[in-house]
Write a new protein. Structure first.
Length: 262
């Protein structure tokens, strides 16, 4: 298996302004120099974390989805992040995993943030998305999912279920200690790389976000961390390092067997 290059886009978001956000993100993505394979955007990257889906949602043929497909095609990258999507009369906080050929996978956020009323505005997902690229398996999740380790836990004893765990987020600064701690915990307990991509700046509700986007290796070591400013950062994940950790410390083999009932 080959190494894998990922780019994290930690950005401020203009509150509920799709055009401004898509234009700014397009400029950032096109400015990425050197090799780029996967570009990761924050949660609800076109609007901010809004509880107004009735006025902001689009369907799977909407402008933001088509923007993702165009950028992916033009830049020859896999593009991922979450959007407000309406489908069959329900609203979802939906992560898209978009390939340059136009194909995509979806993950609807399982754990809705009731503290902000997300459970009243959005429908929960019931299926995980583990994508494959260059022999890597990538588990894709959204923000509040981070607080629920069972949803992310490696579920097979024969071999690890995935190699990278990604969280896209709008995680407030006031709880950034939990964000940073839990990202490292997920890496250690699942013996995988963990990537957390968060926004910066103040949203329309006056809530501040410090970013604190991170890349963490399978031992819990921090490979990248940026707080309180916009940043576009590219890093290559080392496959041999991952395999070496799993060979030397095969803790995953001793995990308790379990299954999820939804």
């Amino acid at each position: 298996m080959q190494d894998l290059t990922v780019t994290l886009v930690q950005t401020n978001l203009v509150w509920e302004d799709k055009n401004a956000n898509l234009a700014a993100l397009e400029e950032k993505i096109k400015s990425i120099g050197g090799k780029k394979e996967i570009v990761i955007l924050p949660e609800m990257f076109s609007t901010g974390f809004s509880m107004q889906p009735s006025s902001l949602a689009e369907n799977m043929h909407g402008e933001s989805v088509e923007w993702m497909r165009r950028i992916s095609r033009e830049e020859r990258v896999i593009l991922t992040g979450s959007l407000i999507i309406e489908e069959d009369g329900a609203f979802y906080n939906r992560l898209l995993w978009v390939l340059p050929n136009g194909q995509y996978g979806i993950y609807d956020k399982r754990h809705r943030f009731a503290f902000a009323g997300e459970d009243q505005s959005y429908t929960a997902g019931n299926k995980r998305l583990i994508a494959s690229v260059k022999g890597w398996k990538i588990n894709l999740q959204v923000c509040y999912d981070l607080r629920f380790p069972v949803w992310a836990r490696q579920q097979t004893a024969a071999e690890p279920e995935y190699d990278v765990l990604v969280y896209v987020a709008n995680w407030p600064e006031r709880r950034n200690t939990a964000w940073k701690t839990l990202l490292r915990a997920r890496a250690i307990e699942n013996q995988c790389y963990v990537i957390g991509v968060n926004r910066v700046g103040e949203d329309g509700n006056g809530i501040a976000h410090s970013g604190d986007s991170m890349v963490i290796d399978p031992l819990g070591e921090i490979l990248y961390h940026k707080e309180n400013e916009e940043d576009v950062f590219t890093l290559t994940l080392d496959r041999e390092h991952l395999e070496k950790v799993r060979r030397q410390f095969p803790f995953w083999k001793d995990a308790d067997p379990f299954s999820l009932t939804l």
